[in-house]
Design a protein around this ligand. Structure first.
Ligand SMILES: Nc1ncnc2c1ncn2[C@@H]1O[C@H](COP(=O)(O)OP(=O)(O)OP(=O)(O)O)[C@@H](O)[C@H]1O
Ligand code: SF4
Ligand SMILES: [Mg+2]
Length: 333
């Protein structure tokens, strides 16, 4: 596998500052706390997890839109955490982002032509006629170029966002919940468009979602995040067929299946309680305060290990890495 992106031990802590005159750090939001992963050229790698688990922070660190606290991000073999401003500007041509809310990410006072010309202008490149080509590539019409973002539907606006992201022929696109704000009925169309463009342009996607069902058909591999850490990574089919971390099992048991009979007879694995604060995460395994296995299946001695020892993300015999001392593949779908 040729890695386009290699992330090693990425940490992002947001300091919490206090004091009126003399500001000082009183703690930190441990948004991302030591994650490692690779993206192969041409693949779609999805990161899935509940709100606040650190998905967008990870995405922004990968593109270096924010500075990581520590760790390295390599893009095409180059350590971009060490890149200077000029180099970073060049690299930005190769790495683009598609946002959840296309309305917020598009300048309302610019026409679509203006929006799509902007990346060329920023990088001092000739645009000559590419706006119409880009519109066609994303399934819009040449006459849409003179319209403003508010004149489009949500799905069309996301197509404009996608056109802007592919304008400079990037290698990597980070898609941060690109369909979450869209009507369920048009999600599939936008996902299909992303897939077609990937094939046509050889794109690599880092795809972020809080719902496993969204990534099932688009992702080659999936990483499940919980409270700033990765708890399981696997090829998508493997993750759905043999989920091994109790959190992944709970997420998969909540994904609806189309067959109503199977849906009725399926066992739900429920996770109780709220996500603990990332300022002061639980010791040992961060999932232990909500883990159904910890609560219902383990002996006192086994539980103690969950309290004391953070589980590493390693393959414990399930064929893919899981961060659970007692991981065990279960078939749920
Ligand atoms: N600029 C910031 N300053 C302080 N804390 C932040 C900042 N940005 C994010 N956080 C906190 O970091 C944690 C991770 O946030 P992040 O946005 O990465 O999560 P997410 O998984 O993308 O969530 P969502 O699904 O809601 O988009 C959250 O607790 C969030 O409140
Ligand atoms: S290590 Fe313990 S608490 Fe953590 S997921 Fe596994 S069983 Fe649950
Ligand atoms: Mg987010």
């Amino acid at each position: 596998m040729t890695a386009l992106v290699e992330v090693e031990n990425l940490v992002k802590h947001y300091p919490i500052r206090s004091g009126i005159v003399f500001k000082h750090d009183v703690g930190a939001v441990k948004a991302v706390d030591g994650i490692s992963f690779e993206l192969a050229a041409g693949e779609t790698f999805a990161i899935v997890g509940e709100s606040g688990c650190g998905k967008s922070t990870t995405a922004r660190c990968v593109l270096r839109l924010i500075e990581p606290t520590s760790g390295t991000v390599r893009f095409d073999g180059e350590d971009i955490t060490a890149a200077g401003t000029a180099r970073l500007r060049e690299l930005r041509r190769e790495m683009q982002m598609i946002f959840q809310d296309p309305f917020a990410s598009l300048n309302p006072r610019m026409t679509v032509r203006g929006i799509l010309r902007e990346p060329f202008r920023i990088h001092g490149l000739e645009e000559d006629g590419k706006v119409e080509d880009l519109l066609e590539m994303v399934g819009l019409l040449p006459e849409h170029a003179s319209r403003y973002p508010h004149e489009f539907s949500g799905g069309q606006r996301q197509r404009v966002g996608i056109a802007r992201a592919i304008a400079l022929n990037p290698k990597l696109i980070v898609c941060d919940e690109p369909v979450s704000a869209l009507d369920v009925s048009i999600r599939a169309q936008v996902l299909n468009l992303l897939e077609d463009l990937q094939k046509q342009l050889g794109l690599t996607y880092l795809f972020i979602a809080h719902d496993l069902s969204v990534v099932r058909h688009i992702a080659n591999r999936v990483a499940v995040m919980y409270l700033g850490t990765m708890v399981e990574t696997a090829a998508t089919d493997d993750l759905f067929e043999r989920p091994s971390h109790p959190y992944t099992q709970a997420l998969i048991s909540a994904v609806p299946v189309p067959d109503p009979n199977r849906e009725r007879s399926r066992r739900r694995i429920l996770v109780s309680g709220d996500v603990p604060s990332p300022v002061n995460p639980p010791s040992g395994c961060r999932f232990r305060t909500r883990c159904p296995k910890f609560a219902n299946e383990l002996s006192e001695a086994e539980r103690q290990r969950c309290v004391d020892e953070p589980p590493a993300l390693v393959d414990r015999g399930e064929g893919h890495p899981t961060a659970c001392h007692y991981s065990e593949a279960r078939t749920l779908v």
